[in-house]
Design a binder for this molecule. Structure first.
Ligand code: GAL
Length: 363
């Protein structure tokens, strides 16, 4: 389990430089009276460690400033999540923090939230197609993809003209708005090498809609990797796999292992990832997965909790991006944190020195 630490101090510098927006245009002077409401938190799934940590962190941060919380998990089912949110609205929560399962399935229920004057913070994943989302707390999602691609470019020596190398591309869930940002960020760096044939995708699948993975499912990623290996890599080794998320990376790794990869004669390809989940960090240390992108969920939770508190106490909500995240109806004011690339060479300084994991957890 990851460790908690006060993330506010880490944010203070960035926040002070950040652009600010008025929450409701109703600024009160002096210190606000602390609101004592209940905040509804809707997270997508308990099947991945990261969302457990996110849920717990948001709860703790809100409790620290006096709120009660109700945390629900939608079991990766959009209908379940919509009905959970409906029920939170019926319980008169003061605000909602939502990490959507399906980015387009919440318009109806968020209309009900707006009618009940319940502010909505989109958490990590932007809700699309509705005006009823007030703020967005996330990471620079394109940068996540760029970090994954940069790792591949650097390790293969593509800038020095090396190649050709083989690569396969995997993307996240088609109903998660982040998916295209990760993919676009990665392709921004990889496309020139696909064009120059220094990188070759033997399966031929390079378009986003050919490589998505519903619900980010590791088993589905494993199945696709197994198929691709048997159809396109009988006569040639695979050198790199762009994987957007640790849970998928481990599925891909398992398919590769079953195909005989992981020995000195047939080493694993480069495999990227995201979230610095414990099993993936251990795999990186053991020489399986190559890289992950660390997004400190403690900081994200703190940003979301700060947004909730600012909105409810009529203070300014700190944002640092008001243009990038257009949800089809409006550009949602966002606070974006910066992700960090992690591999065997820097996991200690990024994950252990920051108290994200203890050294003992990584043994
Ligand atoms: C994305 C999120 C990633 C990863 C993925 C699968 O929305 O930004 O960090 O967690 O979902 O859960």
């Amino acid at each position: 389990m990851r460790n908690r630490r006060p993330a506010l101090s880490a944010l203070a510098g960035a926040v002070s430089a950040a652009l600010t927006l008025s929450a409701c245009g109703d600024m009160s002077g002096g210190e606000p009276a602390r609101q004592s409401g209940t905040i509804g938190i809707a997270m997508p799934t308990q099947s991945s460690e990261r969302w457990l940590v996110d849920g717990r962190s948001v709860v703790e941060d809100l409790r620290e400033v006096g709120y009660r919380t109700r945390l629900v998990y939608g079991q990766d089912d959009p209908k379940t999540q919509a009905s959970q949110i409906r029920s939170l609205i019926a319980q008169h929560v003061s605000a909602l923090v939502i990490a959507a399962i399906d980015n387009k399935s919440l318009d109806g229920v968020l209309g009900q939230a707006a009618a009940a004057k319940i502010p909505v913070i989109s958490y990590d994943r932007l809700v699309l197609g509705t005006k009823n989302v007030d703020y967005y707390a996330s990471f620079d999602n394109e940068q996540v993809g760029r970090l994954q691609a940069h790792y591949i470019v650097e390790k293969l020596g593509l800038e020095e003209g090396k190649g050709p190398f083989t690569i396969e591309l995997f993307a996240g869930s088609p109903d998660d708005n982040n998916t295209k940002y990760f993919f676009d960020g990665a392709m921004h760096l990889l496309q020139p090498y696909l064009d120059s044939r220094q990188l070759v995708v033997r399966s031929g699948r390079t378009a986003l809609d050919e490589i998505t993975t519903p619900r980010w499912d590791g088993a589905a990623a494993k199945k696709r990797m197994t198929e691709v290996l048997s159809t396109s890599y009988r006569t040639r080794r695979i050198d790199a796999v762009l994987s957007p998320y640790d849970g998928m990376s481990l599925g891909i790794l398992s398919a590769l292992r079953s195909d005989g990869y992981g020995s000195a004669a047939k080493p694993f390809p480069l495999i990227t990832g995201q979230d610095a989940e414990l099993p993936s960090v251990k795999s990186i240390i053991a020489g399986g997965q190559s890289q992950t992108v660390y997004k400190d969920s403690r900081e994200l939770a703190q940003v979301a909790a700060n947004m909730v508190d600012a909105v409810l106490t009529h203070h300014q909500v700190r944002v640092n991006d008001t243009v990038t995240y257009d949800n089809g109806v409006k550009a949602v004011p966002a606070y974006l944190l910066q992700p960090t690339s992690v591999d065997k060479s820097n996991y200690e300084v990024t994950l252990v020195a920051t108290d994200y994991y203890t050294a003992a957890q990584l043994k």
